[in-house]
Design a protein around this ligand. Sequence first.
Ligand code: HEC
Length: 150
Amino acid sequence: MNRRGMATLGLALVTATVGAAAIRSVEQDPKPAAKNDPNGWQLPPDTEKTTNPLTVDPTVIATGKAIFKDKCQRCHGPGGVGDGPDADPDHRDDMDLTNTTRAEENSDGVMFYKVWNGRKKPKMPAFSKDLTKDQVWAVVTYAKTLRNAH
Ligand code: HEC
């Protein structure tokens, strides 16, 4: 390679290095880290520390059960295993609310966040417009009882 070729190569290397550094700095932007849970949800920090404000009693569970039947069962199925008529056939496992590995990752606060905010893909509807916070807490409380049903 001649001198000119070397110079051009050198410049190209510098450009590539600077470019890569710029991309890295964007990726490392230390905004309050959204915690990615293993299933790809973007969860704001502290979501998992949010606790259920309701006192869990049979009334709350009955309320949650009615809401589940009305709003969730068509996808998640009566037992919460992801076999409702409107279930996403490609994401049955992701919809299984009784899966114990997933249950460990879904604290009360995380469950609440997912139901309240939903997700585009795989599609889980947001219920912030449909339900009150107390109703979402009630259905989260009920959904957790399905974990013990197996
Ligand atoms: C239109 C279908 C549909 C309806 C209705 C629906 N869901 Fe979902 N839900 C999904 C899908 C699909 C996923 C999987 C998303 C993913 O990949 O984590 C999901 C995921 C979830 C998760 C997270 C599971 C996990 O392990 O990450 C929770 C909790 C949940 N749904 C609760 C509810 C509750 C409670 C209701 C009713 C208020 C409800 N869903 C209504 C489709 C639905």
